[in-house]
Design a protein around this ligand. Sequence first.
Ligand code: PLP
Length: 386
Amino acid sequence: MSFIEEGDKYLIGNYKRFPISFERGEGVYLYDTDGKKYLDFLSGIAVNTLGYNYPPLTEAICEQAKKVLHVSNLFYIQPQINVAKLLVENSCGDKVFFSNSGAEANEAAIKLVRKYFYDKGQKKYEMITFKGGFHGRTLKTLAATAQPKYHEGFEPLPEGFRYAEFNNINSVKENLTPQTAAVMLEIIQGEGGINLADKDFVAELYNLCKEEDILFVVDEVQTGIGRTGKLFAYQHYNIEPDIITSAKGLGSGVPIGATIAKEEVAKSLTPGTHGSTFGGNYLATVAAEVVLNEVLKPDFLQNVRENGNYLVKRLKEFNFKVKGIGLMIGMDLPESINASEVVKKALEKGLILGTAGENTLRFVPPLIITKKEIDEGVEILREILK
Ligand code: PLP
C-alpha cells in the first residue's frame, strides 16, 4: 500500500491533502520523499517563522529534550516565564496564559471576557465578531467565526456571538446590546482573504469600546510574531487591546498558544478557573523563546517590512489586486483564474502557495526569506500565470 492509500485508510478524512509527503527542510525549502525540492511560500499556514532546521531553534529543542519536556503547570517552568516576560515587555499586555493552539488561545480569551464581567457583577457576555473572520474550530471559536460554511452540521452553536460587517462601524453599533462584553477582531483577516482593517475603522471601534466599557480583543494568531513587520499587527495602529491572542508563528512549528491580557482583565482567571495540561511546557516555550529572541533582534522586523514591500512590488507586476502588510500578502485573482488550480500547478513546479477567501492567493513565507528567494518564487508564478 502506498503512504497515500494508508493515509486514506487510517486517517479521518477531514482534510483535503495533496499527494505529497515531506521528509526534511532547510531554510525556506522543503524536500519531499522523492527528493524533489520546493520553495515554501506558505510556512505550514503562517507557522514556520524561522523556516526549516534553523540552527538555534533545532539546537534549543534538542538540548531541552535531553533535560525535561513536560512537568505540568503545577510547577514553575523557567522558559515559560521567559516567554511571558518577552511577550509582556514587547506588547501592551501584562500577563500571559499558555495553551497549545490558536483556537485554545481564543477560547481562553472568550472565557476571560466572560469571567471579567462576571467578577464585576455585570451580566455582559456577548461578543461581536466580524464577517469573514476566522477564530478556530472548537465550538465556541467556531461560533465566533462568522462564516456560515464552517457552521453547517454543527448547530446549535454556543450562543453569545453577534456578527458585524468588517470595516463598518455602523454595523458594530447595530449589534450592540446591553450584554455586549467584547469585540474580537483580526487586524488582517487571514483565512477570510487577507482583508486589512481600515485605520479609521479600528480607531472608531477602539473609541466605541472605551465609551461603552467593552473589551477589545485582537486575534493575532496569524498576524502576530512579526508576520506583518511588527511583533503584533495591532502595533501598526494607535491602540492598546485588552486581550491579544497568539499561536501559529510563536513556536515556529512547535504547537503553542498564548493569551496575553491587561492586568485588570487577567486577574479574573484565578486558580482553578482555567487551565491546560500541556500549555506552555518546556518543549513549546523553549522553542518560543528562541523564536521571540530572533524576531526581536534589531534588524529582523525591518527585514520583514522590506522584503514584504519587495514581494508586494514584484506581485504587482501581475496587475492583480495585491494587499497585505509585511509578509502576510494576498493577491486577488479574477474569476477566470482559479486560485486552487494555481496552487496545484505551483506545487508541480516546486512552489508551495496557499489560498484564502473566495479566490485569493496567500503568500506567508518564512520570515527569514530573502529577496533572491522571493524572485525565484515570483518567476515560478509567472510561468503559471502567463
Ligand atoms: N485565529 C486565526 C486568525 C487563525 O488564522 C486560526 C487558524 O488558521 C485560528 C485562530 C485557529 O488556530 P488553530 O488552528 O491553531 O486552532
